[in-house]
Ligand binder design. Structure first.
Ligand code: DC
Length: 251
């Protein structure tokens, strides 16, 4: 008798079939019946969002940037002048009247497109602080679970494989050394004319890594069953292909 679960099965995912050229096309016979959740976690700057967008496009799933959702709430906290730690009542009232959504790569806060406005250093700092708060995490995790309940999603963040979808069909943990991530971020910033030094960028990345992995609630950790993808020295194309090759195998 064959041992159960031995090795990778050479079967395409029920939702997808390989088109023979390294890409994917929906399987028309099963497309309407199944949906999958792909969880991509990892520290900031590992290239998660670029890869997640490409994987989502390749498999016909929605891309959900959960970091953008935490950023949208942070933006509203700043706009309303709330101190999230000292004013829990105001924070709760605000959250009860807050809608955060993602559609076609845009982030909507109460119906307003905030895609551009959530990338400022001020919002980054507030998102890092406020995303540690239970009341905010509960609200956003519930929304994220709802998004994956009825459609295929590729979701990137810090706690998708460990907390949002512990039973996700596919889990990846993307990382790269802090120096490599700082180098990439520094190149991006320099291209926009920013004057930050490489050392400043590295220090900021190391601080966020520390904060994200040491907070009490849903810290950044690799789920035991997540595939580790180290992107040091590997291009986006290659990383995307690697993920797609795992997804082509049924869970
Ligand atoms: O990925 P990002 O830099 O846009 O995320 C913004 C902040 O939100 C960051 O401090 C980490 C936090 N975050 C989180 O706590 N859980 C997630 N699933 C995604 C992001």
């Amino acid at each position: 008798m064959m041992a159960a679960g031995g090795g990778l099965r050479e079967k395409t995912h029920p939702l997808r079939q390989c088109d023979g050229g390294g890409g994917f096309s929906p399987d028309p016979t099963t497309h309407a019946r199944a949906h999958i959740r792909v969880a991509i976690d990892g520290p900031s700057g590992a290239g998660k969002s670029t890869v997640a967008k490409r994987v989502a496009a390749a498999i016909g799933a929605d891309y959900i940037d959960t970091g953008a959702m935490y950023r949208a709430v942070a933006l509203k906290i700043i706009e309303q002048g709330i101190d999230p730690v000292a004013e829990p009542g105001r924070l709760a009232d605000m959250l009860a009247e807050t809608a955060v959504d993602q559609s076609s790569g845009r982030t909507l806060l109460d119906g307003r497109d905030v895609t551009g406005g959530i990338r400022t250093p001020e919002v980054t700092a507030m998102a890092s602080k406020s995303s540690a708060m239970g009341i905010i995490r509960e609200k956003l995790v519930e929304l994220q679970r709802g998004m994956g309940a009825s459609k295929s999603v590729v979701m990137d963040g810090r706690d998708i494989g460990t907390n949002v979808f512990p039973d996700a069909e596919h889990k990846f943990f993307m990382t790269a050394s802090a120096r490599e991530r700082a180098r990439r971020r520094f190149a991006e910033l320099s291209a926009t004319g920013a004057r930050d030094s490489y050392e400043d960028v590295l220090a900021a990345i190391e601080k966020r890594d520390y904060d994200d992995s040491h907070r009490e609630l849903n810290p950044l950790t690799r789920a035991e069953d997540a595939v580790l993808i180290d992107t040091d020295g590997i291009g986006i194309e290659e990383v995307t292909e690697k993920l797609l090759s795992y997804i082509a195998v049924a869970p």
